[in-house]
Design a protein around this ligand. Structure first.
Ligand SMILES: Cc1ncc(C[n+]2csc(CCOP(=O)(O)OP(=O)(O)O)c2C)c(N)n1
Ligand SMILES: [Mg+2]
Length: 388
């Protein structure tokens, strides 16, 4: 494995060049086709969500991973389900969650805030966890999953378990304090953790050159004393291979590895973002010459001699599954208002809903109503109770 201080890796390719010949050798042909299934499922599911969003059936924002499917799927595929490995996704890692066992039905219900969604309408999009399936729920605050996963993987180490954790972090989120504290702690403790920096060029509207003075995000690994590798994130097999090396190393007691996955965010931060800050032609260029699915199809056809029927069969299965999930999610009920407090702190709630309104209103009326509110009578003795 190359140390972070090693020779300068090439930038992510701007033209479709398949994959390095040796990539994905350890996988079977069936597994290589499975990778295609997960990438296609990610994209088709997101396209369905866009249609639902435009019909105003999605509650809240819609976050795409268009163009990033390979890095999410390839890295997550390197974890071992039977070993109890844990993955911590971010908003662009729908593909990783699907690989780990999240279902399209859960995802659509969650986006539509349905009462039978994983969070029963109290959280949205892919902000949900399935710890028993090996993925935990996201903390929205940027960077904070890194210290959380440092803790999770420290617990593996303290218990002598051969389990590994993988945490994703965006280029932008590497500039937060939590990222630095988390990766430093994990490095010092030699936690079995893989830190995947998804370099997709932008943090909301901020391009990388306004985000960091470092030439590569990978260079930050040097400061923490961890090895790192820069990978073409639009090459699913290369992403898998690099992640597998890092996972094996962590499992064997080698501690933290940082991977910088070079990719590109072809949609805005979320569906409402019109991407007006993107230079002309940039998105089109990536779409035309470096689409991870197009590139992988070329590899499957050439190297694995995948037939048109075989690939069309996977596409048809994906379409069927996504349509069925959307139909079922549409039939799901909306949450009951009383559900909002259930299971948040205690189940059943130990106090009545809206308990906090009791007393506060009378205290304000009796003692705390400021003159600025307009109906205060100037604090004359005996006044104030009329507001109760
Ligand atoms: C502390 C904090 N500040 C701001 C936000 C709002 N926010 C969510 S994602 C995001 C951009 C993240 O960029 P990056 O880390 O590069 O990830 P990407 O969206 O490109 O995958 C911002 C500003 C937040 N969630 N938390
Ligand atoms: Mg980014």
């Amino acid at each position: 494995m190359a140390r972070a201080a090693g020779s300068r890796a090439a930038r992510a390719p701007r033209s479709a060049e398949g994959t390095t010949p040796a990539a994905g050798q350890a996988l079977t042909r069936a597994q290589r086709l499975e990778l295609y299934y997960w990438m296609r499922l990610t994209r088709t599911l997101e396209e369905k969500l866009v249609a639902l969003y435009r019909q105003t059936k999605v509650v809240g924002g819609l976050f795409r991973s268009l163009g990033q499917e390979a890095d999410a799927v390839g890295t997550a595929f390197a974890l071992d389900k039977s070993a109890g490995d844990i993955l911590s996704p971010l908003i662009r890692n729908l593909g990783s969650m699907l690989v780990r066992g999240a279902t399209p039905l859960e995802v659509v219900r969650q986006y539509m805030a349905k009462g039978d969604s994983p969070t029963r309408g109290r959280e949205l999009n892919i902000h949900f966890g399935g710890p028993e399936r090996g993925f935990i729920g996201q903390i929205s605050h940027l960077g904070d999953m890194v210290p959380v996963m440092a803790g999770v993987t420290l617990s593996f180490k303290l218990r002598g378990e051969r389990r590994v954790g993988m945490v994703y972090i965006g280029d932008g989120a590497t500039s937060t304090g939590s990222f630095h504290e988390g990766i430093n702690f994990a490095a010092v403790q030699r936690c079995p953790l893989v830190v995947v920096v998804e370099n997709n060029g932008y943090a909301y509207s901020t391009p990388n050159h306004k985000q960091t003075a470092a030439e590569r995000f990978l260079d930050k690994a040097i400061g923490y004393g961890v090895p790192g590798e820069r990978v073409d994130g639009n090459d699913v097999l290369a992403s898998y291979d690099a992640a597998k090396r890092a996972v094996d190393r962590a499992r064997d007691g080698g501690g933290v590895t940082m991977l910088e996955l070079m990719t590109y965010r072809r949609k805005g931060h979320a569906e409402h973002d019109n991407q007006s800050y993107i230079p002309d032609g940039e998105i089109e260029r990536w779409a035309a010459t470096n689409d991870p699915i197009d590139r992988y199809l070329a590899v499957l056809r050439e190297r694995d001699e995948a037939t048109a029927e075989e690939l069309a069969g996977i596409d048809a299965r994906v379409t069927r599954e996504v349509e069925a999930a959307a139909d079922e999610a549409e039939r799901s009920p909306m949450p009951e208002p009383t559900d909002a407090l259930v299971g948040v702190y205690a189940d059943p709630p130990t106090v009545e809903p809206l308990w906090f309104r009791e007393g506060v209103r009378s205290a304000v009326a009796e003692h705390e109503r400021p003159a600025g509110w307009g109906t205060f009578d100037g604090g004359k003795p005996g006044a104030g109770a009329r507001h109760g």
